[in-house]
Design a protein around this ligand. Structure first.
Ligand code: BGC
Ligand code: NOJ
Length: 808
């Protein structure tokens, strides 16, 4: 069942009912200021850090779901309604919500009054700007009351939710003309405040929540939405911002209003006793006084996205493929790059900051959009690394410092830094990044080059092997829930941190595969720097690791997952449950293990046989039916959910990549399509989450809600599927010496073309697969000249070059 449709020409998903199976959200902002906005205008805004600089309040686990947002109330005679339906839930005569690239637009009407509400965070601007157009579509004069509403968060979202004994006494505001200023804690240590403005004169306002709502009321029935507001000035308790304006509209008459929810910092704090310096806010308000200013900024936002999406576009007969590759997948990659796993409708924004592993992987799918930002991010991440190559698992975006919330010693972490750096160099050719000086552990006294960091990463694996010569797992590897050194039996304890990261027995075959795969990049990067000795040694370590896996890490028909702290096998046919896991099958094959002797193919066939379902590939089988302390969190989940046999979307693409590695393009594409959201639109009622973005998990076949997705938006799935489809399947592969052409596609995909901007020129590449093969390039012609090899020549001429690839 569909709840809307894709409007590809506008790059929008159009939601036609507010009653989606779950709030379907969008993100505003892509630099420093962000807003989450749902299809009922719910959500919240923050500056840089969803925990430390939250502008508006959001209540988690609330009922009705998704309560709290930026709400506008329209009172037209006795009817009160909201353009996004919530919170009054007054039935609308018309409702439409368009989620676009960095903006959301509602069009709704009730009793022949039409409202068009567009919300965006303009480029280089620290605020949400909302343009509201109200039109009288009736043949009678209308007199309406319009009320705005935001509820301020007292900045630190975690403290705001818990520290009431203090917070109920700190709230402060000021109001001047049509601007409401939220200045809690500004009198002491803060140098920032928020404001909520309207570009017209107002009749009245409210800043005290209880005055607005009335005793025991919710936002669905605010007492104040009934005539003039009382001009309350909040002092303590709960500051809000609400403007009220009386509006008269003749038939066909339209009024346009602009609201701004802004954030600003100032060194000169006060103009007189406890009166804040409003000049910086005024400057921001002046930037959006008129519709012309709004429309210009809206166009600039569109242009920005034209630019961001330009480096890669495909034209094929499969419109779902086109919309994933051209629009929604890269859009999600940008969002995950910005948010890591911090703020979504499943991540509170107050727990995890930026993940070391996650942010490195986010770079893979994002680097071609803004390489400079990827570079900055790589250096920020590297600066949190320890000298021995291990890493803080997370860091805070505002301070860029590692946080100890979940410890360190996730032994896959170091490898991802190699992969992200390699992706950056392959895209840009900028080997100089390896010579950049980057500190370790954010300590100015511990300086190295980025290459030193990668060296430390590589040798962290080499120096930490277990009894079989396989990498020690530490707290966990990619699978945060396989906690082999932490045998927790106390409820409420952290599965990751209550034990040690230093176990010297539990080993991970997955890390071995990851190491062998990305270790090749370390070898290549060393060679480019002229470090042949280092390259040779590293190559030797990789070869040894591969042999070790084939000796101790292969279980007959598939790769083993791990050895536990007692040296017992995990992911083996000898186990009763959890006999086979997805992760090592992907990475070991991607690294080339078992390809020459058929064991790779066998492993992938086993995946198909044991892990495939109609909604995607589950993580392991059989699911764990009871809790195993020696395995950790994985077995804490009921069967079919999350890491315990859920369809964990993040590693489905690894199987697609592995299938491409062995040349089975039809199967690779089948794996890709099975979880790609655009292909699932018709089962939105089953799937539940947004049909335009990937979710972290879909319930597996052992779960009660088979096929139901959770944790949409912030997942490494975005990046991995993007590179899977663009690089491994469609075969446009950034490489050190240029773009490599190496497609592995379904035999019935007879042609497609790709525009790829890369290192200063654009390649217009058309693929001719009239031969109907899955893999194999017969010839490549560039600007009418046949070339040797698979690498397109580099042209730094800003021009477009025509490439014809004939498969066969
Ligand atoms: C989740 C994992 C997640 C981890 C982060 C676990 O509860 O299942 O997916 O990576 O928490 O700490
Ligand atoms: C989500 C985490 O963000 C990611 O880092 C991890 O790999 C997966 N969960 C699997 O546990």
């Amino acid at each position: 069942m569909n709840f809307g449709y894709f409007d590809d020409s506008n790059r929008e998903y159009v939601i036609e009912t507010p009653k989606t199976p779950y709030p379907w959200i969008n993100y505003l902002g892509s630099e420093s200021f962000f807003g989450l906005v749902s299809n009922t205008a719910g959500g919240y805004a923050f500056y840089k850090d969803a925990k430390l600089r939250r502008l508006t309040r959001y209540r988690y686990n609330d009922v009705p779901v998704d309560s709290g947002g930026r709400y506008y109330y329209i009172k037209d005679n006795d009817t009160v309604w909201n353009p996004g339906w919530m919170p009054t839930k007054t039935e609308l005569d018309r409702y439409e919500c368009r989620h676009g690239m960095g903006y959301t637009k509602f069009t709704s009407s009730k009793n022949q009054l039409r409202c068009e509400l567009t919300m965006m965070v303009p480029n280089d601007y620290n605020g949400e700007v909302h343009q509201m157009k109200l039109t009288n579509d009736s043949s009678m004069d209308k007199v309406i009351d319009l009320y705005s509403l935001v509820e301020f968060c007292l900045w630190d979202a975690s403290d705001d939710m818990t520290n009431f004994q203090r917070n109920y006494s700190t709230g402060e505001v000021e109001v001047e003309e049509s601007v409401i200023y939220h200045k809690t804690e500004f009198r002491e240590r803060r140098d920032h405040y928020a404001f909520f403005s309207m570009n017209q004169n107002i009749n009245s306002f409210e800043t005290d929540r209880d005055t607005f709502l009335g005793a025991f009321n919710g936002y669905d029935k605010p007492e104040a939405v009934n005539g003039e507001l009382k001009n309350s000035i909040a002092s303590g308790w709960h500051p809000i911002g609400s403007h009220h304006k009386k509006i008269e509209l003749k038939p066909d008459e339209e009024i346009s209003i602009i609201f701004i929810l802004g954030y600003t910092e100032t060194k000169e704090k006060f103009t007189s006793a406890n009166v804040i310096n409003k000049a910086p806010a005024q400057k921001m308000i002046d930037a959006f006084k008129t519709d012309e200013q709004f429309e210009k900024a809206f166009l600039e936002l569109k242009h920005k996205w034209d630019g961001l999406l330009a480096p890669f576009s495909i034209d094929s007969d499969d419109e779902k493929l086109n919309r994933m590759v051209n629009i929604w997948n890269p859009y999600q990659c940008m969002v995950t790059f910005n948010m890591s796993r911090s703020a979504s409708y499943f991540e509170s924004g107050i727990g995890r900051g930026m993940g070391f592993r996650d942010s490195n992987q986010d770079i893979l799918g994002f680097v071609h959009q803004i390489p400079e930002k990827a570079k900055e991010r790589i250096l920020d991440i590297a600066a949190t690394q320890f000298e021995d190559g291990s890493a803080y698992h997370q860091y805070q975006p505002l301070t860029k410092k590692g946080n100890d919330a979940i410890g360190s010693g996730f032994n896959d972490d170091p490898c991802w830094l190699i992969m992200a750096t390699a992706a950056y160099i392959k895209e840009t050719g900028d080997f100089e990044i390896l010579k950049e000086e980057v500190v370790f552990e954010n300590d100015p006294n511990k300086v190295g080059t980025l290459y030193d960091h990668l060296n430390a990463s590589f040798y962290h694996v080499v120096n930490n092997k277990g009894p079989h010569g396989l990498p020690l797992i530490g707290r966990a590897d990619w699978n945060d829930c396989l906690n082999l050194n932490c045998h927790s039996t106390e409820p409420g304890e952290s599965f990751q941190t209550s034990g040690t990261a230093d176990g010297r027995v539990a080993e991970s075959v997955f890390i071995a595969g990851l190491f062998a795969f990305t270790g090749k990049d370390f070898v290549e990067m060393s060679r480019y720097l002229g470090k042949d000795k280092e390259a040779d040694e590293a190559k030797q370590h990789i070869e040894e690791m591969k042999e070790t896996v084939m000796t101790h890490g292969y279980d007959g028909e598939w790769f083993l997952r791990a050895y536990d702290a007692f040296g017992e096998k995990i992911g083996s046919h000898e186990n009763d449950e959890g006999k086979i896991y997805i992760e090592p099958q992907g990475f070991c094959v991607m690294s080339g293990m078992g390809i020459d002797d058929g064991r790779a193919l066998k492993a992938l066939d086993s995946v198909k046989e044991h892990l495939d379902t109609k909604y995607g590939i589950v993580l392991n089988q059989p699911a764990y039916t009871k809790y195993h302390p020696e395995l950790g969190e994985i077995s804490s989940y009921p069967p079919g959910y999350k890491e315990n046999a859920g369809i964990f979307c993040h590693n489905n693409p690894w199987i697609a990549c592995a299938e491409a590695e062995v040349g089975r393009g039809t199967r690779a594409f089948e794996v890709y399509k099975r979880i790609a959201p655009a292909y699932l639109e018709e089962i939105s009622d089953v799937h539940k989450t947004e049909p335009y973005v990937y979710s972290q998990m879909i319930t597996g076949k052992d779960g009660v809600h088979f096929g139901q997705a959770k944790n949409s938006w912030l997942t490494g799935t975005a990046s991995w599927n993007y590179i899977t489809i663009t690089q491994w399947i469609l075969g446009i592969q950034p490489d050190y010496k240029g773009l490599k052409i190496n497609p592995c596609i379904p035999a019935d995909l007879k042609s497609y073309s790709v525009n790829r901007t890369f290192r200063g020129c654009t390649y217009q590449i058309s693929f001719d697969n009239s031969a109907g093969v899955e893999k194999g390039v017969k010839s490549i012609v560039v600007d009418n000249k046949k070339i040797e090899g698979h690498h397109l020549p580099l042209f730094d001429d800003q021009k477009t070059h025509k490439v014809v690839v004939t498969m066969g």
